[in-house]
Ligand binder design. Structure first.
Ligand code: NAD
Ligand code: TYD
Length: 354
């Protein structure tokens, strides 16, 4: 079996659903259930003995050690993290706790477990750390996309904490020989993404006639990947990736934010011709330290591991919009008081800037 951390979040829950649909191997899912963790994402697995959920923290060494001893996983996939840049700007502490200290403690428990394994199990064991392209910092227009050799230059507390965890993972391979794999992926979108991130926030706001807050001039560029393509890449890296290596994952889909928001409005207009959406677009105060452009060069994973994304942005964004339209109750259930307080806090100063 495998141990997945953060499996009640956006990417982790997609990963678990895909994994269990394609393999007989069991999953132990360790998740702290922060505001971003939602067991409703996994409700289709209720009663499924192949999914074992454990409520807990990756930083709880005793708990993690007990789970490792009990379930003897052949691999750990670490999704658990604080993941939202804006939240890291308002309060970096949780990011340091989970992304840095939490990963460190998870690595410590893993090292002790791995050291005690028999030779074959020790050789076959993998620790796969799920990271982000944001560790590389910001690109200027026309600069070549990030390769795995690009220097680390994180700019936000979020990306700095992820960079720190990547370095720890690397050091555990270099120093102790732990068979680690690191993936650095671009921006994901798709089902179950918490509506604080750009794409689900814009869909959810548009559906309720709320303004669509575009930071700054809206010309910041991100490289977008449909979440199930990220999951297939992780499965591929786990299966055939070389221990100690890092793999960039991306969809060759660079787009400025304003184009994303306009596309969402266009597609909603197609579905609801009598409604108006584009007038909801509102330029607001920019995010402090906002990275201008991310772009992933995915040549290594494509050539060495023979992975390619299945979705284009055009197919992925349609699927995503349909998912949110068909899951109104999921949206209502995540829009708790805490969610409303977050919107209030993050967008309080968001008067129209242009
Ligand atoms: P998310 O915020 O939706 O989910 C994170 C999950 O981790 C939640 O279920 C949360 O409860 C859990 N968690 C948080 N702290 C924990 C702790 N201390 N112990 C155990 N569980 C804890 O995040 P996501 O978007 O699914 O991202 C998953 C991973 O992928 C993160 O490591 C993130 O850095 C990385 N990543 C995300 C993107 C993206 O676009 N979302 C892109 C590249 C990489
Ligand atoms: P986000 O989804 O938060 O991901 P990240 O910051 O990790 O790339 O934001 C994606 C882009 O969209 C980023 O350039 C910030 C921008 N953005 C807005 O313009 N308005 C918003 O309300 C949000 C949440 C993001």
């Amino acid at each position: 079996m495998i141990l997945v951390t953060g499996g009640a979040g956006f990417i982790g829950s997609n990963f678990i659903l895909d994994w269990l649909a394609q393999s007989d191997e069991k999953i132990v899912n360790l998740d702290k259930l922060t505001y971003a963790g939602n067991l409703q994402n996994l409700s289709s697995l209720t009663g499924n003995p192949r999914h074992i959920f454990v409520h807990g923290d990756i930083g709880d060494i005793e708990l993690v050690s007990r789970l490792l001893a009990q379930y003897q996983p052949r691999a750990i996939i670490n999704f658990a993290a604080e993941s939202h840049v804006d939240r890291s700007i308002h309060g970096p502490e949780d990011f340091i706790q989970t992304n840095i200290l939490g990963t460190f403690r998870l690595l410590e428990a893993t090292r002790a477990y791995w050291n005690a394994l028999e030779t074959a199990a020790k050789q076959n064991f993998r620790f796969l750390h799920v990271s982000t392209d944001e560790v590389y910092g910001s690109l200027i227009q026309n600069e070549p996309a990030f390769t795995e050799e690009h220097r680390y230059e994180p700019n936000s507390p979020y990306s700095a904490s992820k960079a720190s965890s990547d370095h720890l993972v690397r050091a555990y391979h270099h120093t102790y020989g732990l068979p680690v794999l690191t993936t650095n992926c671009s921006n994901n979108y798709g089902p179950f993404q918490f509506p604080e991130k750009l794409i689900p926030l814009m869909i959810v706001n548009a559906l309720t006639g709320k303004s669509l807050p575009v930071y700054g001039d809206g010309l910041q560029v991100r490289d977008w990947l449909y979440v199930t393509d990220h999951c297939s890449a992780i499965r591929r890296v786990l299966a055939v990736g070389d221990p100690g290596e890092t793999y960039n994952i991306g969809g060759w889909n660079e787009k400025p934010n304003i184009e994303i928001v306009q596309t969402i409005c266009d597609l909603l207009k197609e579905l609801y011709p009598d409604s108006m959406f584009h007038h909801l677009i509102t330029y607001v105060k920019d995010r402090p330290g906002h990275d201008r452009r991310y772009a992933i060069n995915a040549t290594k994973i494509e050539r060495e591991l023979n992975w390619k994304p299945a979705e284009t942005f055009e197919t992925g964004i349609r699927k995503t919009i349909h998912w949110y339209l068909e899951n109104r109750q999921w949206i209502a259930d995540v829009q708790t008081g805490a969610y409303r307080e977050w919107l209030e806090k993050n967008y309080a100063e968001s008067q129209s800037s242009q």
